[in-house]
Design a protein around this ligand. Structure first.
Ligand SMILES: C[S@@+](CC[C@H](N)C(=O)[O-])C[C@H]1O[C@@H](n2cnc3c(N)ncnc32)[C@H](O)[C@@H]1O
Length: 185
């Protein structure tokens, strides 16, 4: 049985989807990234690494990618399959990513790319993750999040200031891509 589907069966709420993101969704998720200028990219909820692989392919030799994945089996696979000195994989919750960023010698992330199922995660955890993103995103950085509904639009607008929404029907289920920048609220 495929690892991602197995993860879904063992913990549907945390995994959030039965299948990995499609190439169409991944393309939209990475559209806001300026790969020539990015120094630090953080990926939250990397899963089996379908987005990770694409980021690694597009990013330059001086960019670092810090990935967070709570499922230990998936995190181990992610490490094993992507031996790349620009990549760090942490089997810890996205709630703590700022701590690892500081340990890595960086104050802020240029981009935070998230496949976390924020809407179905326990509210306390989801709130803590959003707070962590707000505190650790560079003032000119972008937070990109996919979701299967528009329910977070108002909240993200209130918290970040600027929100752009893209959509792809070519994903199971069809998905919205939120690109959030810190700005006037
Ligand atoms: C919908 S899947 C997305 C996987 C992959 N990024 C993709 O697009 O196919 C969400 C992933 O987030 C992980 N996850 C859930 N809660 C997390 C947390 N608090 N911190 C880090 N990862 C988490 C799950 O284990 C799961 O692999």
């Amino acid at each position: 049985m495929q690892k991602f589907f197995r993860a879904f069966l063992s913990d549907p709420r945390t995994t959030g989807s039965i299948i990995e993101s499609s190439p169409f969704l991944i393309k939209k998720m990475l559209k806001p990234i300026n790969f020539e200028k990015a120094e630090i990219i953080v990926e939250l909820g990397a899963g089996t690494g379908v987005i990770t692989k694409k980021i690694l392919k597009k990013m330059g030799p001086n960019t670092s990618l810090l990935c967070f994945e709570t499922n230990k089996v998936l995190a181990k696979e992610l490490k094993r399959k992507n031996k790349d000195s620009r990549l760090k994989v942490y089997s810890d919750s996205a709630e703590n990513f700022g701590r690892y960023l500081k340990r890595f010698g960086k104050d802020k992330a240029d981009y935070v790319i998230s496949g976390l199922p924020l809407v179905v995660l326990p509210k306390k955890i989801a709130d803590k993750i959003i707070k962590e993103i707000l505190e650790n995103l560079h003032p000119k950085g972008v937070y990109v999040q996919f979701q299967y509904s528009l329910t977070s639009r108002k909240l993200f607008k209130k918290l970040f200031g600027q929100v752009k929404i893209d959509f792809t029907p070519a994903n199971i289920p069809p998905a919205f891509v939120y690109s959030c920048k810190l700005g006037k609220k």
